[in-house]
Design a protein around this ligand. Structure first.
Ligand SMILES: Nc1ncnc2c1ncn2[C@@H]1O[C@H](COP(=O)(O)OP(=O)(O)OP(=O)(O)O)[C@@H](O)[C@H]1O
Length: 580
């Protein structure tokens, strides 16, 4: 099965590979001619003068062999790189499109190590193991035939020792493969942990956890090392066994062949040629051995690459959306579970066109999950989300996401300039559009302050910015697509009162143009809304305006008595199952 996968890897590169293997084979064949010439030269030198022509031919043969060998090697390395390029591109494309559930059950660092380390092992299989196995086998076979032709009796002696080595190798190959697999898994786990720790470096430092992390990641590295050592142990048994067989066979050749020459039953030329072939046999034999070892390691890596390549991706099919004109979104009896844990239970509410709806509820009530369902990161377990009456599952995800925009709580800023960051959602936006949304998000002052304005590099994940600035950049980016439905996760969380008021004005202006669904923690944000949906433990427990809810819902009153973000802990403690 995996061998098939391996062959499939090489498809598309068959010509280049065949050319490379052919060059290496020609080089090997030229090498095989050399002992024949030597034999003739030695036997001729015994009776006549030094045969210069033969010696010149041998020198030329050496030179041509080296050139052809070099060309073959280059072609192979190049093909290896290209095969890996293809694998990496396919893998990256796949990982970027995986269903979000997959990231709940796979570690990002481990997936990354499949693109980096595992593909590097694969390159070795393609560029080294393939030629080692093919040319090693063919050259080995050619050498064997020539040895048989020169002296069959000597050959049988030599084979006796070689068979012993072959049996040792065969018995160890499976274990080498397992060790290779374990090593790659260890490297994957180490990369995943390192990625996690570096991604949260500030927390690591603040918690003084460097040593603990070092210990943990070091342990993963040790596991990879232990598997590597196991592989080395197996190889260390294999290699001396082969070497012993080789040296033994040389001794046998010298002993048996020497006796035969002494008794005049074979010529010195025969013995020298045979001896040279016997030493030459070491090269293909070792090559095949190393090729088998590499192939086993490569199978482990291939397994990991193939597994990542087969993870399910988001379905991109679906009908085109109708012309723009505003979205009215309806949640109709939506149920949803993360794995087997129900998080939303029969949620129903509507976001009318150009309306402004606030979602409130305690931490863990399911507010962000509602956003994930709207973005179609996950699908409801039952029930449906309808846009202007049509189930959103009917539309292509790509088109649907083009009509809505999401500003998350962590508002990530990507690497690059401010302009790159803003245009991330709308690559064709003009500078005029950019300035419009910058003004809307109250960012013009920031642009003036930045040394290179829109072309200032923001650093990885926007480290040079404050939380509020990052949030407003995320908002400006979202607005640039002119969404028909804007999802905001507590947009004023990081803002001071001045900026908060400015952002509220911005939101108010945006709300004239599109529907707004806002996860709100602050009273000021809640009050802005046309209607408030109160969510508790995955259920909509009340809906209405601020004043209506104050009158009818005791929980809502207590929830909004202060800025309940700060008081949520005491609310949670107070709330009993019968609070409604
Ligand atoms: N990827 C996930 N896998 C499993 N459970 C999850 C996942 N994401 C969220 N949950 C769980 O689902 C529940 C609802 O989470 P959600 O993030 O929607 O709440 P929230 O109301 O947005 O909370 P907050 O205000 O704290 O952001 C929580 O109990 C949370 O533990």
């Amino acid at each position: 099965m995996r061998t098939l996968d391996l062959l499939r890897l090489a498809s598309g590169h068959v010509r280049a590979l065949a050319l490379a293997v052919a060059a290496t084979l020609v080089a090997s064949a030229l090498g095989l001619l050399q002992p024949q010439l030597l034999r003739e030269a030695v036997d001729a030198a015994a009776s006549t003068a030094v045969p210069w022509r033969l010696l010149m031919a041998m020198a030329a043969l050496f030179a041509v062999q080296a050139c052809v060998d070099g060309i073959g090697l280059f072609l192979l390395e190049r093909t290896g790189e290209r095969v890996v390029l293809g694998v990496r591109r396919r893998l990256v494309a796949r990982l970027l499109r995986l269903r979000l559930e997959e990231f709940d059950s796979h570690r990002v660092g481990d997936l990354m190590s499949r693109v980096g380390t595992d593909t590097t092992v694969l390159r070795e299989v393609v560029s080294t193991a393939s030629v080692q196995l093919i040319t090693g086998t063919l050259t080995g076979a050619g050498t064997v035939v020539l040895m048989l032709l020169i002296d069959p009796v000597l050959f049988v002696w030599v084979m006796g020792t070689v068979v012993v080595a072959a049996v040792v190798v065969y018995s160890l190959v499976g274990r080498l493969r397992t060790a290779g697999e374990q090593m790659q898994r260890g490297v994957g786990a180490m990369t995943a942990d390192l990625e996690r720790a570096l991604g949260a470096l500030r927390t690591v430092r603040a918690c003084r956890a460097e040593e603990r992390e070092e210990e943990l990641i070091g342990r993963q590295a040790e596991q990879a090392c232990a598997a590597g050592v196991r592989a080395a142990r197996i190889t260390s048994v294999m290699s001396p066994a082969v070497e012993l067989a080789m040296r033994g066979s040389l001794l046998v050749v010298l002993l048996v062949g020497g006796t035969r020459v002494a008794r005049d039953t074979a010529s010195v030329g025969d013995l020298m040629a045979f001896l040279l072939y016997a030493t030459y046999l070491v090269i293909p034999f070792t090559a095949v051995l190393q090729g088998i070892g590499l192939l086993q390691k490569g199978m482990g890596a291939l397994g990991r690459v193939a597994e990542a390549q087969s993870l399910p991706v988001e379905d991109t099919s679906g009908a085109a959306m109708p012309e723009r004109g505003g979205i009215a979104l309806e949640f109709r009896d939506v149920w949803f579970s993360y794995r087997d844990r129900p998080v939303l239970r029969g949620v129903s509410f509507t976001v009318e066109q150009r309306s402004h709806i606030a979602l409130v509820g305690l931490s863990g009530a399911g507010k962000s999950t509602l956003f994930s369902l709207i973005e179609r990161f996950y699908e409801p377990t039952s029930g449906a989300l309808l846009a202007n009456g049509t189930d959103i599952r009917k539309f292509s995800r790509h088109q649907w996401r083009g009509r809505i925009a999401l500003v998350d709580q962590d508002s990530p800023v990507l690497n690059g300039t401010l302009r790159d960051n803003l245009r991330y959602s709308a690559p064709d936006a003009s500078d005029h559009d950019l300035h419009e949304v910058l003004e809307l998000a109250n960012l013009d002052e920031l642009v003036q302050r930045l040394p290179a304005g829109l072309d200032t590099e923001l650093g990885e994940r926007g480290r040079a910015l404050s939380g509020g600035e990052r949030q407003r950049i995320a908002l400006a980016r979202a607005l640039l697509t002119r969404p028909e439905l804007l999802l905001l996760d507590e947009p004023t969380a990081h803002l001071d009162p001045v900026n908060e008021r400015a952002l509220h004005r911005a939101i108010h202006r945006v709300a004239q143009e599109c529907a707004l669904l806002v996860i709100a923690h602050r009273l000021t944000t809640i009050r802005e809304a046309d209607r408030i949906v109160v969510l508790h433990a995955g259920e909509v427990v009340a809906q209405g305006t601020h004043d209506e809810l104050l009158a009818i819902n005791d929980f809502y009153g207590r929830l909004t008595a202060g800025d309940f973000v700060d008081n949520s802990k005491s609310f949670e403690a107070e709330i009993s199952p019968g609070w409604r």
